[in-house]
Every structure is written in C-alpha cells, then in structure tokens.
Design a protein around this ligand. Structure first.
Ligand SMILES: Cc1ncc(COP(=O)(O)O)c(CN)c1O
Ligand SMILES: O=C(O)/C=C/CC(=O)O
Length: 386
C-alpha cells in the first residue's frame, strides 16, 4: 500500500497556504438549498427506506434515474440491471482490482493517469503498463504495439484504463477517432476497457466526442462516473455501468466491503436527478470553471520563468505543468509550502513507474480567482529559486 500524494496534501492545508492540490469542486457550486429541501422531503416521504440497510447493487429508484440520465445526457443505453451504485467511483476502482487483478496480471493505463487508481490496484500486485499521451489523448498506435508484445509474451491483460475526457491529471481529451480506434483494438484483441468519466460534464470548448461506452456495441466497456463533481463529493456516491455479469461480480465483492452504499444519499441523489438539479446547475459550474482555468493560464503566462510548460485543458479541474528537468517537484513541494505558502500535487505519483520527477498537477476549481493569481506568483518564485 502506498500513500496518495493527493490525500497526504490535506496535511499541508493550513489557512495561510494556497493549495492547488485536491480536485475539489468550488463550494459555491454545491446545490445546498435544493439538497436541504430534498433531505426534508426524503425524511418525510420514506424515512424507513432512507435510513435502513439497502441492497448492495443500490436503490432501484436511483439506478433507474442514472439509466435515464446516462441515456439522455451521455448517450449511454443502460438498464438498472447494468448499474451498481458505489461509494464514490473510488470504490469502483477498488472493485476492479478486487474482481479482476491477480498478481502479475497486466493493467494498461495512460501515462500519467489518476494516481488513486494506481494506489488501489497496487494492493493486487499487477504489472502496470503505461502508454504515453499527446494532445489527442492516449497514443493508441503505441497501445496497439504494446498489446501485441504483451500477447506474444503470454501476458494476461485484464483491462485498459482510460480517462478519455478532460483527463486527470493532464486535462487532455481523447479525440473521437482515437476513441473508435481504441475500441477497435479492444475488439480485435478481446480486451476490456475501463472508461473513468468524472469530467465530461465540464468541457469548456465544444468538442465532438462521445463516451466510449456510447460506442460500445459488445459490452466491452466498463463505465465509471460520479456525483462528486456535479452534485457534492461529500455524498461519496459513484456508479458503474457494465454488462450484468460484471455487475454481479462487483456486487459480490462489494458485499464484504461495505454491504451497501448509504441509502440516505442514494435517495437524495435520485431525487436530485428527478428534480433536474444537476442539469440546472451545470451551465453555471461549467462557466465558472472555464473562467478559473483561463485565470490560471493567464497567471502562468505572466509569472512562470522560461523552461516551464503546461497543458491547456479542454475541461475538467486540472492543469499539468512541467518544470525544468533539474527540478524534483516532490522536493520542491516542501520549499513551496514552508517558504512560499503554496501547495500542488507532485507529478511522479501519476506515472506507473513514478519515473517523471519534474511535473506537477494544479487544481483550478477550488481556489478563488485571487488565490489562483497569488498562488501562481508564489509558485513561480519557488521554481525560480529551485
Ligand atoms: C479520474 C478519477 N476517478 C475517480 C475519482 C474518485 O472520485 P469519487 O470517489 O469522488 O467519485 C476521481 C476524483 N478526483 C478522479 O479524478
Ligand atoms: O484530486 C483528485 O484527483 C482527487 C481528489 C479526491 C481526494 O480528495 O483524494
């Protein structure tokens, strides 16, 4: 077991430190009034169901609402039997490890990728294989070559993990052609794709892309999403859309983890979807995050010294920054926090072999506009002094 550099950062979060760490939503986006009304309604209308143990796969009413939401908003056709509700999509990542990974099995991911997925799976001792990205996302040509090599070695490839839209940590979005190519490679080599999709709700520029799951005609994609960025992360509510036998295995594995996801939050989120709270809130959230992204890009242009580069995310919550090669950002973090009062997530933990030491991930959704400008100014001073 290894620590999450993101979770560990929470230790540094003191009042005088500007943190670009955790991918936290701007608290102003939480639909507090709607949630307050819904809580009162749920406790009035069906308190005994909401406060009781529940089914491991999740409340039927919520799975029905998620199926409707996924089809109308994401173009993903699914029935409630194809859905299991999880304790955040982080639990879905754990279930993937618990159900699919035996020691030595190969898991293929983008490189860099979401470090808490790697953290969850390392417990099951996989062989992690990272595929590089370019501005169009995972370089699927390289993936195809790696798959051929791995198959020739007799490796057991359990799944390909991708965050195709506004990727964590890079902010990059996989093109539609690449999505089709990836699905074609998976079909040809009989592989499963895990599509982790917390961020497709926040695309700032019009990009013609669809979830890979919406293109999936042969149940080859296990799709993950979450209420964390569109409702509230404190609810710890995510979901998986997959073929029924995968849902059954996830159910089996989840029984011994936590019996069931909280009924209380499930009924609240079901009512939130029913009342269109999410879709009503999204345009405001998307506009706010676009403006915050632009504010951080402008501050980077203003303050960063030569030799520092960064991505221009198409959506999501993060900008990926590459410092000059002599800088180890894990070391830089200590100075940044203690001397310059600014924090970020060092980049090495996002790589399958922790090899890249001079990168960092910056969150722009949580800090205020003033903190974004001041924090980037401080960060630039820390980099110049390194
Ligand atoms: C790619 C990805 N997957 C999963 C998660 C976990 O989210 P949650 O457990 O809150 O649904 C996150 C959270 N930042 C994420 O970025
Ligand atoms: O910053 C992220 O990507 C994940 C955030 C969830 C967490 O707080 O660990």
């Amino acid at each position: 077991m290894t620590a999450s550099e993101i979770r560990e950062l929470l230790r540094w979060a003191t009042a005088d430190v500007i943190s670009f760490g955790g991918g936290m939503p701007d608290p102003s986006t939480f639909p507090i009034e709607d949630i307050a009304k819904i809580v009162a309604y749920v406790l009035e209308a069906y308190p005994h169901k909401a406060l009781q143990y529940g089914s491991t796969e999740g409340v039927l009413e919520l799975r029905q609402e998620i199926a409707k939401f996924s089809e109308s908003f994401r173009g993903i056709r699914a029935r409630p039997e194809n859905i299991i509700v999880t304790v955040g999509s982080q639990e879905a990542l754990e279930l993937l490890g618990r159900v699919f990974i035996d020691p030595g099995d190969v898991v293929i991911t983008e490189n860099p990728t979401y470090l808490a997925a790697l953290q969850a799976w390392r417990v099951y001792q996989p062989r992690l294989v990272g595929v590089p990205m370019d501005e169009h996302g995972m370089v699927v040509e390289i993936l195809e070559e790696r798959v051929k090599q791995l198959k020739a070695e007799g490796a057991r490839i359990k799944f390909i993990y991708t965050i195709p839209t506004a990727q964590n940590p890079s902010g990059l979005t996989m093109s539609q052609d690449r999505r089709k190519y990836l699905l074609e490679v998976a079909e040809r080599f009989d592989l499963m794709i895990v599509e982790d999709d917390p961020y497709s709700y926040f695309l700032f520029e019009p990009i013609e892309v669809s979830p890979i799951k919406a293109l999936d005609k042969n149940d080859r994609v296990i799709y993950l999403s979450t209420a964390s960025k569109i409702f509230a992360p404190g609810f710890r509510l995510g979901w998986v859309i997959a073929k029924e036998d995968v849902v059954k295995w996830f159910n089996l594995a989840k029984q011994s983890l936590n019996l069931n996801t909280s009924n209380f939050v499930q009924y609240i989120f079901a009512e939130g979807l029913r009342r269109n709270v999410v879709l009503k809130n999204l345009p405001h959230v998307r506009d706010l995050y676009k403006r915050k992204r632009d504010a951080m890009l402008a501050a980077l242009e203003t303050y960063m010294p030569p030799g520092v580069s960064w991505t221009r995310p198409s959506g999501g919550m993060f900008i990926w920054v590459t410092a000059p090669p002599h800088i180890d950002t894990k070391e830089l973090l200590k100075t940044a926090v203690t001397q310059y009062k600014v924090a970020f997530v060092p980049g090495h933990g996002f790589f399958v072999d922790q090899s890249v030491r001079n990168a960092m991930r910056l969150n722009f959704t949580y800090p205020s506009f003033e903190q974004i400008n001041e924090g980037i100014r401080r960060l630039a001073m820390a980099i110049k002094g390194a």
